[in-house]
Ligand binder design. Structure first.
Ligand code: GUN
Length: 285
């Protein structure tokens, strides 16, 4: 019964549409440009940033990589953001998280111009999302909605359980689902009797960062399950692999599930590119 929602194929299709939009902007001499700021040398962040820059290149978006050392000051980061905010040739600014200890991430993100905030983390964009008044939407939640849209026509009244209350995924995806008039329950690490709650769900969005948390008996037959988890584990034979928050092999009774890898992950980067085009378009129209 279970169908896999192919995030790679959907991300490719979205990126193809983005590439067309980029070509139109380029023809009008308005090449979209994304600035990516990486502070320090966290290995995972290095990989993510390299991937983001490569994808920009693939669709024709210009990119600027700005690197600051691990021991730079918050003031240096803020000065860099000020200069990127003031640069009319830069349309999107992304500060790769996490920032080194001692740097106040909230103050840093608040400094980005909301119009260039392609991550959608600035309080103005968070406020716009929660009031349903436009703005740039965080990439992972945007990607999750596109994956869900491929299997759900009408969200009205559906019971959706979100596992995880992060600012990056849990809270914003809950807002997007509320806009579609789903009945949304946001759960988290302190939630009691979580399986009792998920068993009533038509849709589960698992974003807890806890490998194989969601077991087969947590999911009612015919439910749709989006797995946002990406945790690297070491198998008993010593091999490393990426697993999600769901025990997908126990979910044959679900209607559809997103695989890990190849589900939400590819959509996140495709949505970053699409947000960069959205930000660039606003400056030319
Ligand atoms: N680090 C992990 N996820 C993200 C993300 O979505 N945006 C940024 N800027 N950093 C991250």
């Amino acid at each position: 019964m279970r169908a896999l929602i192919d995030g790679r194929a959907m991300a490719q299709a979205l990126s193809a549409r983005t590439a067309e939009a980029v070509a139109e902007l380029r023809a009008r001499d308005a090449t979209p440009v994304l600035a990516v700021v990486l502070v320090g040398n966290d290995p995972a962040s290095e990989v993510y940033v390299a991937r983001k820059l490569a994808e920009c290149c693939r669709v024709g978006i210009g990119s600027i990589e700005q690197r600051l050392s691990e021991d730079c000051t918050e003031a240096q980061i803020l000065t860099l953001i000020d200069s990127l905010n003031a640069d009319d040739d830069v349309h999107g600014i992304l500060i790769q998280l996490p920032l080194p200890k001692g740097i106040n991430a909230g103050r840093v993100l608040d400094r980005i111009s909301p119009a260039k905030d392609v991550d959608g983390f600035h309080p103005v964009n968070v406020g716009r999302l929660s009031t349903g008044t436009g703005g740039l939407v965080p990439c992972t939640p945007l990607g999750i909605m596109m994956l869900l849209d491929s299997v759900i026509d009408d969200y009205r009244g559906l019971n959706v359980v979100v596992i995880g209350k992060s600012n990056i995924v849990g809270k914003p995806v809950a807002m997007l689902l509320l806009e579609r008039e789903a009945t949304v329950t946001v759960t988290h690490i302190e939630t009691r009797n979580l399986p009792d709650i998920t068993r009533g769900a038509d849709v589960i969005v698992a974003a807890a960062g806890a490998p194989h948390l969601v077991r087969g008996y947590w999911v009612k037959p015919g439910a749709v399950v989006v797995d946002v988890g990406i945790t690297q584990i070491t198998d008993h034979d010593g091999r490393k692999r990426i697993v999600g928050d769901c025990a997908t092999h126990e979910l044959d009774h679900a209607k559809a599930v997103t695989p890990v890898p190849g589900g939400v992950g590819p959509m996140t980067i495709a949505c970053l590119l699409s947000n960069t085009v959205t930000a660039a378009r606003k400056t030319v129209n």
